[in-house]
Design a protein around this ligand. Structure first.
Ligand code: BGC
Length: 389
């Protein structure tokens, strides 16, 4: 991220249309409505949301080692995405929108589809498969109404991690079959309704170890593009997100799983190859193909027993900080998608949402429920951060 430069201010002034004065904290402040075109991260810093900052500050306060405590405090100012992972948590949105400044872009994850996390158990959501009506009226519509009050705030949205990829590769599961129509209709509705000038959207496309397999690439691109077209090809869709809550390295060569016996069937052995391969397929299928990549927890490689291992990988470290300097014209930005320190799933095998991936030998234990804070895991990410803090 290039930060708050004079050029950025001029650029945003040129791209922004004059809006009515906005009343903010008692005093009338003239602000400009934001219209996002091109790479929305190019002249903006990813906003460090106060929710994650408060989790991190509490974590830092609990550390006794003074050097580590100082490092922990620095994490609070790293930009990251905030997950609106249920209807109640929509309440987190508006207070943040009031704090996002010119030169910043707020990141939020839209994540509450009916029958969520259909191929796993750890992140099963609050809405049952089939309950698309509630998703629309009680989840997407209120979010849209809030965002419409802040046309002067630049926003990037990650749309429904894992959902469409699950429909490509897990359509043999009864749970994913039950979720399929709702995922497609729900994502299309989200893209349509959130298609606001100040919003840039990225539809989730899993990662190289998921849709990067030869047999999955084209069906994956087709799936995303079909839903995009069902939504009416909304112009604020910028492309796709990869590696959300994931562990893959950006351009490690040879890739981490390049020597496995089935590697011959997957050329996307790092996220860069995946982005460069998937993007043209998406464009050919009729959808924009710019990417954002989660580098929040991919600082250390070589930890997973198998490529598909996704839960609280032990030994992990924070990765590259959010930036639009990716060195790849197809990659808009490296971002922090998963808030490092929040769990991927519980290791308690008696819990309803226990997923066996969270009990594997390469998973950190003990770990709390998905989304809950894990202090020990946070400290590990911090100690193992690459680059270090
Ligand atoms: C959980 C969500 C949480 C998100 C970010 C997901 O795995 O299911 O509840 O908000 O991770 O930590």
């Amino acid at each position: 991220m290039k930060g708050f430069t004079y050029a950025a201010i001029v650029a945003s002034a040129i791209s922004g249309a004059l809006a009515a004065p906005v009343e903010e904290r008692g005093s009338p402040v003239e602000k400009r409505a934001v219209t996002l075109t091109g790479n929305p991260f190019a002249s903006r810093t990813l906003y460090a949301n106060s929710y994650y900052a408060s989790e991190v500050s509490a974590a830092a306060a609990a550390i006794t080692d003074t050097a580590l405590k100082a490092k922990a405090s620095k994490v609070a100012s790293v930009g990251s995405f905030l997950w609106l992972d249920n209807i109640a948590n929509i309440a987190k949105l508006e207070p943040e929108l009031k704090l996002i400044k010119d030169g910043e872009i707020g990141g939020f994850v839209i994540y509450d589809l009916p029958g969520r996390d259909c191929a796993a158990k750890a992140s099963n959501g609050e809405l049952a498969a089939g309950d698309i009506a509630t998703y629309k009226s009680s989840y997407i519509d209120p979010i849209v109404a809030i965002i419409k009050k802040y046309p002067n705030v630049a926003l990037a949205l990650i749309i429904e991690p894992d959902s469409l990829p699950n429909l490509v590769t897990n359509d043999d599961l009864a749970t994913c079959q039950a979720s399929a129509d709702g995922y497609k209709a729900g994502v299309a509705y989200a893209l349509q309704q959130l298609n606001l000038p100040n919003v840039a959207m990225y539809v989730d496309a899993g990662h190289g170890g998921w849709l990067g397999w030869d047999a999955n690439l084209k069906p994956g691109a087709q799936m995303l593009a079909d839903v995009y077209k069902t939504a009416g090809s909304p112009k604020q869709v910028r492309g796709f997100s990869t590696n959300i809550a994931g562990w893959n390295a950006w351009d490690l060569t040879p890739g981490e799983f390049s020597t496995t016996s089935d590697a011959q069937y997957n050329k996307c052995q790092n996220e860069k190859i995946y982005v460069d391969t998937f993007s043209p397929l998406l464009v050919a299928a009729g959808m924009p193909g710019q990417a954002i990549i989660d580098t929040g927890r991919n600082g250390v490689t070589g930890l997973r027993l198998e490529w598909g291992d996704w839960c609280n990988v032990n030994g992990a470290g924070f990765g590259v900080r959010p930036t639009s300097s990716t060195g790849d014209s197809l990659a808009d930005a490296f971002i922090w998608g998963k808030p490092g320190g929040e769990s991927d799933g519980t290791s308690d095998s008696s819990a309803t949402r226990y997923d066996s991936f969270c009990g594997k030998d390469d998973a950190f234990k003990p770990s709390p429920e998905a989304g809950a804070w894990n202090q020990a895991y946070f400290e590990m990410l911090l100690k193992n951060a690459v680059p270090s803090f």
